[in-house]
Design a protein around this ligand. Structure first.
Ligand code: FAD
Length: 463
């Protein structure tokens, strides 16, 4: 029987990083993956496909140029599903090659098949129905099995007109109208991406606010842009039924009695952990009703040699944080060093326009009774914003009134997910308002918005 120092179940971002980290420490590591190719959701159905789709849509639709040439401007007139898929396939092929090479280069073995526990140190892997299962043992096991879309039984998914977020990538034809059920990150990303193709999109969300963890002023600005381009939002509305009528239209019936009649419905409300096939009872572990595992700050489950990382442990369920969790779990298992708790990280939402944030929101600071002052810059106030024809976009910083340290940075608009890292770094290094006032920023850049926002905060503080 093969024995490993660290055996990982799942080859998504968290599993890969855990295995590569173990290999870099000179330990014997393997990853078990049930799909034909490595990469997990991030590569096959999540991060990379949706972000490639976004970039293709923005390029072909001429979205970034519309500030100058008007709303009717297009780079390509009739955009088809094939146009969108072409770039997607090229990007995915390249990304998979990079990942396979990385695992190979580091000497991580990839074991194909579905894994489940046999006992606390043994994992059984079945490659196919006809293949004989093979057992592997390990000192440490990392559960990195990820999630899949939540599919409630009352939604008649057909992969054609009523789809989940995995199926949407296999769409055969672009619809003229679309309903997105779920105003979370995945729902909002797809809703705004398809809206950039001039598809009439309606978002249905049970809560009264979209993305309620984002700073309220940023969401206000974001929702303004959504409405401005004709998107419809049905907030505080839950879906009671979804069906296709005899004319081929999809009817989304809301509990309030309202209906959304559309060509296609995307259901993107919640995800389910892939723990149901793991036979967790063999290791005395139990998942919650959404299939998630509980871990401590070192990512150990109740069985200390079994770690869980990535989406299967819940919030924040991002590829970015998943990678870091995997790396830290492996280091905790295989080295003596104390690993710092993973607390401060940026969050990126690749909607159109992008939203990104790090640190605390205005509503969090108010709730915690922490005195602060804010500073805001609009992208159109920067020379770069003018050159790019940006009508949208703002950057907001929150500074402590006690010591002027930066407490939060929030950005909506072009490049938000890149820009946020400046604020995040300053915050991590305990930088203050003075850093932004005293520093020189390249000109013309959108990063200059940091200086404008800092001066705005300084003005407010000096009043
Ligand atoms: C539409 C969408 C867009 C997203 N966009 C972003 C984004 O822009 N930025 C970002 O940071 N994050 C994004 N995410 C989230 C990101 O994809 C996830 O956080 C990330 O993929 C989680 O990684 P993971 O390692 O936990 O698991 P996954 O990537 O889900 O991988 C788990 C792997 O485990 C395998 N597996 C499961 N069970 C078994 C088993 N029993 N035996 C063997 N193999 C098994 C699966 O086949 C899969 O390959 C997005 C997600 C979605 C759905």
């Amino acid at each position: 029987m093969q024995h490993y120092d660290l055996l990982v179940i799942g080859s998504g971002p968290s599993g890969q990083r855990a295995a590569v980290q173990a290999a870099k420490l000179g330990r014997r590591a393997a990853v078990v993956e049930r799909k034909r190719v490595v990469g997990g959701n991030a590569v096959h159905t999540g991060t990379i496909p949706s972000k490639t789709l976004r970039e293709t849509v923005l390029n072909l639709s001429g979205w970034r140029e519309r500030g100058f040439y008007g709303k009717a401007y297009r780079v390509k007139k009739d955009i088809t599903v094939d146009d969108l898929k072409e770039r997607l396939e090229m990007t995915l092929k390249h990304e998979i090659e990079v990942m396979q090479h990385q695992l190979m280069r580091n000497g991580v073995e990839v074991i194909r098949g579905q894994a489940h526990f046999v006992d606390p140190h043994t994992v059984r892997v079945t490659e196919s129905k006809d293949a004989e299962p093979v057992d592997y043992t390990a000192d440490y096991i990392v559960v990195a099995v990820g999630t899949r879309p939540h599919r409630p039984s009352n939604i008649p998914f057909d992969g054609r007109k009523i789809m989940d977020s995995d199926q949407i990538l296999k769409m055969q034809k672009l619809p003229r109208t679309m309903a997105v059920i779920g105003g979370g990150v995945i729902g909002i990303e797809y809703a705004t991406i398809f809206s950039a193709l001039d598809i009439a999109v309606t978002v249905v969300e049970a809560r009264e606010q979209l993305l309620d963890f984002v700073d309220a002023e940023i969401i206000e600005e974001f929702q303004h842009h959504m409405r401005d381009r004709g998107m419809v939002m049905r907030l505080g509305e839950s879906v009671s039924d979804v069906r296709e009528d005899k004319d081929g239209k999809v009817i989304v019936q809301l509990a309030s009695g309202r209906r959304v009649v559309t060509d296609l419905a995307l259901f993107a409300a919640g995800r389910q952990g892939n723990t149901d096939m793991l036979q967790l009872d063999k290791v005395d572990l139990e998942a919650d009703k959404r299939g998630r595992l509980e871990v401590n700050e070192h990512f150990q489950t109740a069985a200390p040699h079994i770690y869980a990382v990535g989406d299967v442990i819940g919030f924040p369920a991002l590829a970015s944080t998943s990678m870091e969790q995997g790396r830290r779990a492996a280091r905790h298992a295989l080295t003596e060093e104390t690993v710092k708790r993973l607390e401060n990280f940026p969050i990126g939402i690749y909607s159109v326009p992008e939203i990104s944030m790090a640190g605390r929101t205005e509503q969090e600071l108010k709730k915690a009774g922490i005195p602060f002052e804010s500073g805001v810059a609009r992208f159109r106030e920067t020379a770069r914003g003018q050159i790019l024809g940006l009508e949208q976009g703002m950057l907001k910083m929150l500074f402590s009134l006690e010591d002027r340290t930066l407490l939060g940075v929030h950005v909506v608009g072009e490049g938000a997910t890149e820009l946020v890292h400046i604020g995040h770094a300053v915050m991590e290094l305990k930088g203050t308002l003075e850093y932004f006032i005293e520093s020189v920023f390249n000109y013309p850049t959108l990063a200059e918005a940091y200086k404008v926002a800092a001066l705005d905060a300084w003005n407010r503080l000096s009043r």
